[in-house]
Design a protein around this ligand. Structure first.
Ligand code: NDP
Ligand SMILES: O=C(O)C1=N[C@H](C(=O)O)C[C@H](O)C1
Length: 264
């Protein structure tokens, strides 16, 4: 039985992660870490009336009082790194879907995981279709180096570009010769019109109510285009990936950044 703490249980992803822990017979939710409601029980909230576990606002105290194997963190960019550091101090393995990590954060956290010989997973996207979209895009970039990424999300999202878009750009950059795209004398008449730059590729972020999580990777060549697109239509789409990450993190002794590294 794997003992889980979910951080961010009242959030859109946290809610689904709590449901996952209830549904899966080899997972047991021992507590949650919330931004508020310290000392209350999760069952005090109508949407969780059958989930009787304690709520903590201090992660450190939660891990001191509870036996925990895995932290599932689905909070905000401001807290993801701090939560991982606290988990490592307590020998707890983090599975993190929270986005907004810098390259420096990833390398600092990898060092910590290796010092403690603890598994950790940061997955910018848990949806299998999104992982395939990234892998297919990486392959396509080998042959079609002109590429732009368009990601679309709901308007409550805090970070831009999305973690998925950054990860996609990073994977593509491993295959593609560095290249500046567009006309050499191109002028942005309005700042940001050409999107964010990632080694000469452009990332465009759309934020609209009604959207969930969508990304299209557009490739252009002489007389042809290729479009690789993925849509998450609800947040249950991410949960098989969360379960896979929980199972895998128990076997790791380092940090893995991206679920594509755990799928053949
Ligand atoms: N990897 C993946 O596949 C996916 C990743 N994400 C990422 O997951 C994260 C959460 O997304 P989403 O659920 O949509 O966001 P929400 O805003 O719906 O949920 C975030 C939750 O975290 C809570 N929270 C904030 N600070 C803390 C804290 N210090 N301790 C505990 N809880 C805290 C918030 O509480 P309060 O409202 O009180 O501040 C809120 O309930 C984001 O970073 C997002 O980008 C999202 C979808 C898929
Ligand atoms: O905030 C979201 O909703 C999502 N965040 C992740 C990201 O930044 O890529 C994953 C997915 O796109 C949904």
């Amino acid at each position: 039985m794997t003992r889980i703490v979910v951080a961010g249980p009242r959030g859109k992803m946290g809610y689904e992660a709590v449901q996952l822990c209830i549904k899966e017979q080899d997972l047991t939710l021992v507590a949650v870490v919330d931004s508020k409601h310290d000392g209350m029980r999760l069952s005090d909230f109508p949407e969780f009336s059958d989930v009787d576990v304690p709520i903590y606002t201090e992660m450190d105290r939660c891990f001191s009082e509870q036996n925990v194997d895995v932290l599932v963190d689905l909070t905000t960019p401001a807290f993801g790194k701090k939560h991982m550091e606290i988990a490592f101090l307590h020998g707890v393995r983090p599975v993190v879907g929270t986005t907004g990590f810098s390259d420096q954060d990833i390398s600092d956290l990898t060092r910590l995981a290796e010092e403690k010989q603890l598994g950790a997973i940061i997955a910018p996207n848990f949806a299998i279709g999104a992982i395939l979209m990234m892998k297919f895009s990486q392959l396509a970039a080998r042959y079609m180096p002109d590429v732009e990424i368009i990601e679309q999300h709901h308007d409550q999202k805090l970070d831009a570009p999305s973690g998925t878009a950054l990860k996609t750009a990073q994977l593509i950059a491993q295959e593609r010769q560095p290249k500046h795209q567009g006309h050499e004398q191109e002028v942005e008449e309005r700042a940001g019109a050409r999107g964010a730059d990632y080694e000469g590729m452009r990332i465009h972020s759309v934020r609209l109510p009604g959207r969930v999580a969508h990304q299209e990777v557009l490739f252009g060549g002489e007389g042809q285009t290729l479009s690789i697109k993925h849509d998450s239509l609800n947040r249950k789409s991410f949960m098989p990936g969360v379960k896979l990450a929980i199972d895998q993190v128990l076997k790791l002794e380092t940090l893995v950044y991206g679920l594509e590294n755990l799928i053949d």
